[in-house]
Design a protein around this ligand. Structure first.
Ligand SMILES: [Zn+2]
Length: 453
């Protein structure tokens, strides 16, 4: 039926796109034009929205990614699978090294697990039941079926079960940058944001019921720390509680939910409750970050699980010698490295901060005779930074323009004057000349921009 009582209610509008379609998708019927538009009551609101669309279009990671030579997709050989080019891969390496360092400093241990396992593992975990439609089809080998992993959890559990754990061992925190494969419908795939293969910054915490609150506080602190380093300080936090269908005891759910609530309150983090939106296996906290265009992205998640510990008969011996079942907490901070990278590209508009920039400094010799000195400076600076020399026989203005387009944060220009004085002309992306400095001054100045772990 009509959604408006009168078209007079439509004030300021703009046609956004058109497309041809058939009545009810039947190609034997006549073709129709479908039009998409947007309307606002005030002109300013429409202008603001159109500006937002333009800005979002300019930041689109699917355009910037190939333009800056960061990543590509090759759908002819499989949709939703990401190829990291050297410039994207160095950013990923920096993020991953940073992530591992911080985890090791915060009481986590790093583990590595396989990418496939016999389907029976997924039967025990329950994934072949409740998660089947998100899984790739199994592979037959040696008369067995092997499943590509959609999640890392069962593998971590197998390691847990290699020996009898005591209450003294808990909490155990195991982290893995685990690559998983999930089947997503072709139509929902979207650049780096919705893919079929991705790496989770995953960790599993095995703890006692009493330890949940403190463990969640630690994770929330890690979340603020990591996201803050990338300039995300605005979050929306959701606490999801017990759904209608659930496993575990109502008492266990109540205790875990209270522990999550208390952790959020102690960290003074505002949150909204999503009643009944928890996963069937336990309550959870989801954190959405807000980027510079005020768009929200789901990143971090902290989930308590009452299901898997039961299914795999996880045990620890308590103080009195009795066997107890530990609590399992699944958590990811960035979520997926691929997705987070997509968000970062759009958030920064490809202007990565100094510590992440694939090429941090480009040295631009004015003519060929300045190349030896430029290389000398490069060797000196490359002990600390990622530096390249533009050796091409091009005018320096063109070299500057291209370094600007490629979003290299700093440029050092070297000509006769610089070579004679031993000083370097330092130029900043988007800002222009900063002045002349000795190589040592440049090192001191730029070292401060490297993120503190
Ligand atoms: Zn998990």
């Amino acid at each position: 039926g009509p959604h408006l009582s009168s078209t007079g209610e439509v004030k300021y509008f703009c046609l956004l796109s058109t497309s041809a379609s058939y009545w009810r998708g039947d190609e034997n019927r006549e073709s129709m034009q479908r039009i998409y538009g947007i309307s606002f009551p005030e002109k300013e609101q429409l202008d603001e929205y159109l500006k937002f669309l333009e800005e979002a279009r300019e930041r689109d990671h699917r355009t910037l990614g190939p333009k800056l030579d960061l990543f590509s997709l090759h759908p002819e050989f499989g949709s939703g699978l990401i190829y990291w080019h050297p410039k994207g891969a160095i950013i990923r390496k920096i993020i991953e090294d940073f992530w591992k360092d911080v985890h090791l400093k915060n009481g986590y241990q790093i583990i590595y697990t396989p990418h496939i396992a016999d389907i029976s593992l997924w039967e025990i975990s329950g994934h072949t039941g409740f998660y089947k439609e998100n899984m790739f089809a199994p592979m037959e080998m040696e008369a067995r079926a092997f499943q590509l992993k959609p999640m890392n959890c069962p593998f971590h559990i197998l390691i847990y079960n290699t020996k009898l754990r005591s209450y003294r061992d808990l909490p155990i925190r195991w982290a893995e940058l685990g690559t998983v494969y999930r089947y997503e419908k072709q139509g929902v795939l979207h650049g780096l944001l919705r893919v079929r293969g991705f790496t989770q910054d995953d960790a599993h915490i095995f703890c006692t019921e009493e330890q949940i609150e403190e463990e969640v506080i630690n994770v929330l602190e890690l979340v603020s720390f990591f996201l803050g380093k990338f300039g995300f300080t605005d979050y929306k936090i959701f606490l999801s509680t017990r759904p209608e269908k659930y496993v575990g005891s109502p008492d266990g759910w109540a205790k875990a939910t209270t522990a999550l609530e208390n952790a959020l309150k102690k960290k003074n983090m505002d949150y909204e409750t999503d009643p009944g939106e928890g996963v069937f296996y336990g309550p959870k906290i989801d954190i959405k970050i807000t980027d510079c265009l005020k768009r929200e992205w789901q990143c971090s998640t902290i989930q308590v699980d009452f299901n898997i510990p039961e299914r795999f008969h996880l045990k620890y011996t308590d103080k009195d010698g009795s066997f107890k079942t530990p609590i399992l907490i699944h958590r990811a901070i960035l979520g997926s490295i691929e997705r987070f990278f997509g968000v970062l590209i759009e958030h920064y508009k490809g202007n990565f901060p100094f510590w992440l920039a694939p090429e941090q400094i480009r040295i631009l010799p004015i003519s060929e005779r300045h190349i030896p000195y430029a290389e000398n400076v490069m060797n000196n600076l490359s002990q600390y930074f990622r530096v390249q020399v533009d050796r091409r026989n091009e005018k320096v203005n063109r070299k500057i323009r291209e370094a600007e387009e490629e979003k290299v944060p700093y440029m050092l220009i070297i000509g006769d004057k610089e070579e004679k004085s031993g000083k370097l002309a330092l130029r900043k992306h988007g800002e222009g000349m900063l002045g002349t400095f000795t190589p040592d001054e440049v090192i001191q100045k730029l070292k401060e921009l490297v993120v503190d772990r």
